[in-house]
Design a protein around this ligand. Structure first.
Ligand code: UDP
Length: 241
């Protein structure tokens, strides 16, 4: 039996870019896609929020003299490009998918409709949410927390390039300690940088555990979500200590 019945996976743009900082690395996407296909075959209901940092980030574009809201809309459109790429990769691996966008563009994807997304998952389709929340000044992490709550997900997986959460930056400190479990309050108090504060708060309010996993290391998604191995860092409630 898989550990979770329904999972929302947040895939940041940098995961889709592989070793590059920008653009799409389709080989890297196929590697993640192959694992997702296995998780899906094991019966886990899956939905995803894709980021867009590999295309552009609103705050970076703002520095170039573009109005922030406009820059954020540009960022959101970047996530749609990512979602369509990921959709093709997954479909070729035999996974039925639907893309839903928070900014309507019916020629390429469905608009976001909560009940329809739930129905897709019940029917065994993987739903890919794109265009963030549809509003500027938010992040795709916050989108992921929001959709995880709307989809009644049992867990939100934050797919990153690091193994989980450390007590300090492991790239700067050799003695950084790996934390296998963190409470929401610790994450907020210590300003842990894996996700923004509004995403953490939304998950805490809705009691959705966050599993931080290195999706670049082979087998992690299957080990954590299908075999139930305790890898990565889990962020959850205080009471369960
Ligand atoms: N964005 C936004 N509203 C949202 C989600 C995203 O305006 O609800 C914009 C924002 O400019 C952000 C960009 O889309 O920088 C890409 O998303 P994000 O930086 O979260 O991507 P990631 O870091 O996960 O790749």
């Amino acid at each position: 039996m898989p550990r979770y019945k329904r999972v929302l996976l947040k895939l940041s743009g940098e995961v889709l870019a592989g070793d590059s900082r920008f653009g799409l690395d389709f080989d890297a996407m196929r590697r993640v896609g192959t694992e997702l296909a296995e998780v899906h075959r094991a019966g886990v209901e899956l939905c995803m929020v894709v980021g867009g940092g590999n295309m552009l980030r609103g705050r970076d574009v703002e520095k170039l003299g573009i109005e922030r809201a406009q820059a954020d809309y540009m960022g959101m459109l970047g996530t749609v490009v990512n979602a369509l790429g990921l959709q093709d990769v997954l479909e070729k691996l035999g996974v039925p998918t639907r893309v839903q966008t928070a900014i309507e563009m019916r020629a390429v994807a469905e608009p976001y409709i909560r009940r329809r997304a739930l129905r897709h998952m019940e029917k065994g389709r993987v739903v890919i949410f794109a265009a963030g929340t549809g509003s500027p000044f938010f992040s795709t992490d916050t989108t992921a927390a929001l959709r995880a709550a709307e989809m009644n997900a049992d867990c939100m997986v934050k797919g990153t390039k690091v193994d989980g959460i450390y007590d300090r930056d492991p790239s700067a400190y050799k003695d950084a300690k790996f934390l296998s479990r963190v409470t929401y309050s610790e994450a907020l108090r210590d300003g842990i940088e894996v996700m923004d504060a509004s995403a953490f708060s939304l998950c805490r309010e809705n009691r959705i555990p966050i599993l931080v996993l290195n999706v670049r290391s082979q087998g992690t998604l299957v080990s954590a979500l299908v075999k139930g191995e305790r890898i990565g860092t889990i962020v959850e409630e205080e009471e369960t200590e």
